[in-house]
Design a protein around this ligand. Structure first.
Ligand SMILES: [Zn+2]
Ligand SMILES: [Zn+2]
Length: 349
């Protein structure tokens, strides 16, 4: 067995190097898997460009992946070896107040173990997965399922959680702000509910993917005043719901303008701590605009997500812009940062 493997190590924001690092060995309760493929994620781009409050550097990054179990630690069933599986990047503790009331996404101990943030990630040939994570989330990938689709478990589960927070939409029109992978996942779930969806973004390339995936209208906010477009959509009433999936202050502010009275806004894209937004109190009181936030996911959302993936109702591979070898992770992240690529497959070699 090799003592060293190749892995993409983020030493500091902007300083990502593919190095030889020690091959992981399974500790008690953990498993070591060969990474079949990993996906890039917007969070990786943020982490690579600016760092992240939860991340401990230097660290191997990457947290969306599919693996094959190669080695098992003490106390782990031997028959896991050879299984092709997907898991999550972290797992709630199960013992804190938030876990006990079913709000595991807010678990007080979530930050302890996060693959690609506080523990070694998946842009590597091999990865160790601690017991707390794989014991809760271990989905063996059946022969008929494309591993690329299975690798969407983590991002899709956060979107499934967001949709649960949003709840039933009264009416028919929803706006999704942001046509990145997350916005496009929201779009697809909303379409499954039979809703009409307008997708708003600043890049035509991304909007064309939204169109392919069933968006009823796409609006380029760089070229059009979105508020004017809304007037043509439903007599200017505004959207019955708005999903903000851009993670930009302008998008948050736009969401507040687009929602109709009695409508709901789901703020999905996080902004740095301390970022303030101005809300006209009139909208909340006299117009009963509902303001919701969604962060991360919970075990029941993950469970539901895997079933959705297995149902193959979503066109997940449409969100993949291409495939790159591990040595070119940086290129993939740069392409995403420039607004070109949506998501890349990173292969072990
Ligand atoms: Zn992710
Ligand atoms: Zn907890």
């Amino acid at each position: 067995m090799a003592v060293y493997m190749r892995a993409a190590v983020l030493h500091a924001p902007g300083d990502l190097r593919v190095d030889d690092v020690r091959d992981p060995e399974p500790r008690r309760g953990s498993i070591v898997a060969r990474v079949l493929l990993a996906l890039t994620c917007g969070t990786d781009v943020k982490l690579y460009k600016r760092g992240h409050p939860l991340a401990k550097l230097p660290n191997i990054i990457g947290h969306e992946f599919v693996g094959v179990v190669e080695e098992v630690g003490e106390g782990v069933p031997e028959d896991l070896r050879g299984r092709r599986f997907v898991t999550m990047n972290t797992s709630p503790c199960g013992g804190c107040f938030y876990c006990s009331v079913g709000r595991e996404n807010l678990c007080e101990r979530l930050g302890e173990l996060i693959i690609g943030f506080t523990i070694s990630g998946a842009y590597a040939e091999r990865i160790e997965i601690p017991e707390r994570i794989w014991r809760r989330y271990f989905y063996q990938i059946q022969e008929n399922l494309d591993p690329v689709e299975a690798a969407f478990l983590e991002p899709l589960s956060t979107v499934v959680h967001g949709q649960r927070v949003l709840g039933k939409v009264e009416g028919e029109w929803v706006a999704v702000i942001g046509s990145g992978p997350i916005g496009l996942l929201h779009l697809q779930l909303l379409k499954l509910e039979g809703l009409r969806v307008a997708v708003i973004d600043r890049h035509w390339e991304k909007l064309s993917v939204a169109e392919r995936l069933g968006a009823d209208i796409t609006i380029n906010s760089r070229e059009t005043r979105v508020e004017d477009m809304v007037r043509n959509i439903n007599g200017g009433r505004g959207f019955d719901a708005v999903v903000e999936a851009a993670g930009k202050l302008e998008a948050w502010e736009l969401a507040l303008k687009l929602v109709r009275k009695g409508g709901k806004i789901l703020f999905f894209g996080g902004l740095p701590r301390g970022t303030g937004i101005t809300i006209d109190s009139y909208r909340i009181h006299y117009e009963e605009v509902e303001i919701l936030g969604a962060f991360h996911t919970t075990p029941r959302d993950v469970e539901k997500t895997y079933k959705i993936i297995e149902s193959r109702k979503l066109r997940l591979k449409e969100l993949v812009s291409g495939s790159k070898p591990l040595e070119k992770v940086q290129e993939a992240l740069e392409s995403m940062a420039s607004g070109q690529g949506l998501k890349y497959i990173i292969t072990g070699r």
